[in-house]
Structures are given as C-alpha cells and as structure tokens.
Design a protein around this ligand. Sequence first.
Ligand SMILES: Cc1cc2nc3c(=O)[nH]c(=O)nc-3n(C[C@H](O)[C@H](O)[C@H](O)COP(=O)(O)OP(=O)(O)OC[C@H]3O[C@@H](n4cnc5c(N)ncnc54)[C@H](O)[C@@H]3O)c2cc1C
Length: 387
Amino acid sequence: MSAHKVDIVIIGAGIAGLWLFNRLRGMGYDALLLERDAIGCGQTLASQGIIHSGLKYAFAGKVNALAKSISAMPDLWRDALRGAGAVDLSAADTAVSSQYLMIPPGMMGDLIALASKKALGGSVREIERSEWPEHIEQTGFDGTLIYMDEPVLDVSQIIRALAEPYKNSIRKIDDRDPFEYMNAHGIEAKSYVVTAAGSNADIAKRRGDDAGMKTQARPLLMGMMKHAPYPLYAHLVGASEKPVATITSHIAEDGCIVWYLGGGVAEQAKDDDPAKVYKGARKAFAKYLPQVDLSNVEWAPLPIDRIESAPSMKGWLPDQPAIHTCGDVLYCWPTKLTFAPLLSDMVLEHLERENIKPSNTDHDWSFLPPVDYARAPWDKAIWTKDN
Ligand SMILES: Cc1cc2nc3c(=O)[nH]c(=O)nc-3n(C[C@H](O)[C@H](O)[C@H](O)COP(=O)(O)OP(=O)(O)OC[C@H]3O[C@@H](n4cnc5c(N)ncnc54)[C@H](O)[C@@H]3O)c2cc1C
C-alpha cells in the first residue's frame, strides 16, 4: 500500500507547473510539486517576461489563431497582479505595464504602422513626437513610436509569488526518473502533470507514453548587455516586419541594468559564435538607436532551447498550450509564459471531466529535501568587454 496518497503530483517548477500548483492548492487540492534543479531555472527565468497580446503577430500581418488566442492573456495577468485573479500575484512587481514598438522610417515601417493601427484599434497608438519619453529621445531613434499595451514581468518575483505560499509542498528530487523516485518514496497520485519542458519527452518515452507526442526545440542564442544606460522595453523593427531585436531590461543582483536581447539577433543556432550576436546587436543599435553609448557595456550570451509541442505544419509556430494525455499522466507545454493561465484552465477542465475533486487535505513533505529558487541568467553570466 502506498504511504503517501495525494490528489495531484506536478513534475517541473517552471511557470507552467507553478501557476497550476498555486491554483490547485488554492482550490484545496493536495498537490505536490517536484523539481529536479531549482524553482524557475529553465526557460521561465530565461524568458523576457513579455505578456504578449498578439500585437507583434498582428503587426506582421498575421491576425491568426495565435494572435487571437493570446489577446485575452494580458487582462488575466493584470487581474492576478492586482490580487483579483485566479492566482494572487499582488506580491510581485510588474517591470513595466506597457512597452514600445519602434518602427524606423521607410516603406515597410509606414506600412506596418498603418496596418497595425487599422487592425488593432485602441490597444495600440502612435505616440506623438512631442510626447516621446526622455529615454526614447536619448536613443537617437527616428521613426514611428507605437505604444503597446503589454506588461513586462519581473519573472523572479512572479515565481516567488506563486511558490512562496505553499513552499513546503515544493520538493527537490534527484536525477532519477521522477516516477521511479515517487515509487521509491511510496508517493501516489490520482493524476500526474508533467511540466518538465525538454524532459517531458524523455519521461514519456520511459513510460511508453510517447506515441503521437511531437515536440520541437527552437535553439536561441540570446544576448545580455550589462551596464545599460537606462531601462528600455521595445520591439525594434527593421527592414522586414520581424523585430530586429526585442529589448527587455532587468536589474542584476549588483543593481546594474541589463538589456536582454531577443528577436532577430537571437535567432541563430545556440552553439553559434556569441560574437555574432554582439556584432548583430551593435549593428542594429548603430543603425536605429545611434545615440546609445555602448562603450561601457559588458556582454554575455545565453544559449537556450525554446521547447514547444510541434504544430502539424512544418515551420509554423504553435498557437496554443498543448497537453498530451496518457491515462492518468498529462504532459504539458504552455508554449509561452503568457499562456500559463490558459494551460492551467485546460488541466482543471480535465480534472473536472475525470471527476478528480480536491480532498482538502495537506501532507507533511518534510522528509523530502527542500528546493531553492534559481538565480536569473544575468546573475550567473560570465561577462566580457568585447569592444
Ligand atoms: C529566451 C526565451 C525568451 C522567452 N521569452 C518569452 C516572453 O517574453 N514571453 C512569453 O510569453 N514566453 C517567452 N518564452 C517562452 C516561455 O519562457 C516558455 O514557454 C515557458 O517558460 C515554459 O515554461 P515551462 O514551465 O513549461 O518550462 P521551464 O520553465 O523550462 O520549466 C521546466 C522545469 O522542469 C524542471 N525539470 C526538468 N526535468 C525534470 C525532471 N526530470 N524532474 C523534475 N523537474 C524537472 C526544470 O528544472 C524546470 O524547472 C521565452 C522562452 C525563451 C527560451
């Protein structure tokens, strides 16, 4: 007989596992969250923290399923951030409540600006030059500045707000397969939710649950720039509709501002030469933001895979969270941090269908080791001057 029967075990403490865990615990489920390394250590803390509204896709002329399904997400996050949502994130700060789209002059820029205003109405508006914020003026940017109603999160605060209320039920497991580990400790659940990103496929394979499971890993080589002069949150568009660079800002443990660069500059093989990212970023800054002084910055690369379930059409990006169900095990991919609330709703619908109800009990897990919070990539980076 099993020594520890619980309602739900979740495997993997990234945003998908944490959001679901917090919701389940709030509803009275006896839920245990198992993490192999540290809370948030995967893609979650490496993300740029942008709560997309689909504007980026609409700007690209793609008012598609992704743009539509994602447009409801910012409001769900805002509700949570003011303590009035499905989870309570009121202990966390939002880095900023909106960001900018910077469109340089020229044919493509004008077309994008026109199309976006037409397609998106009120949630997006051009900012008159006379009203540009000082730090945008300071970049030397010349073109169209669009206000985007998209929050950018301080992800390390978000993960703490989700984990802290129920931290005693988040426990560290070793390198063994999580089901083997649970077996060894007599842990049994009515349902298991695997939110272990890149490990989902391995875990499923070992259990023989992988038939029909399709995942993809998109390799990225992100760039980090330390000693940035001021915080900046923007998609910088170039000659095509795709951003040349998506820039978010983060405060390192030593108080320095770090610009984190995604978008076009990061979309290369992750084992590529980091110098290419720095060079690409310098080129983009010199061309579009010529007054930004990069002489004092230090650089660091972040090679990382973006893990998603693979859409059926090659080259397409997934436009929803995905769940692969095998008996009482659910393998989950949120696809984006933004989609974590929707993924949780999908899991809850499954539990409802399976008639798995909260038992309103609580286990003492103190016989399993506790787990730490992960440090952000910019706090672990090795910086180079590269001038
Ligand atoms: C560079 C980058 C930037 C991004 N920017 C954004 C953005 O701005 N906005 C947005 O919406 N999305 C963004 N994303 C996507 C987003 O980060 C991911 O979709 C999301 O974080 C995935 O969450 P997750 O919980 O599924 O996975 P992860 O965050 O990867 O978490 C998986 C967890 O499972 C643990 N784990 C793995 N194996 C095991 C095991 N065997 N046992 C126990 N635990 C295990 C890991 O240690 C990890 O903690 C970005 C992604 C990347 C890579």
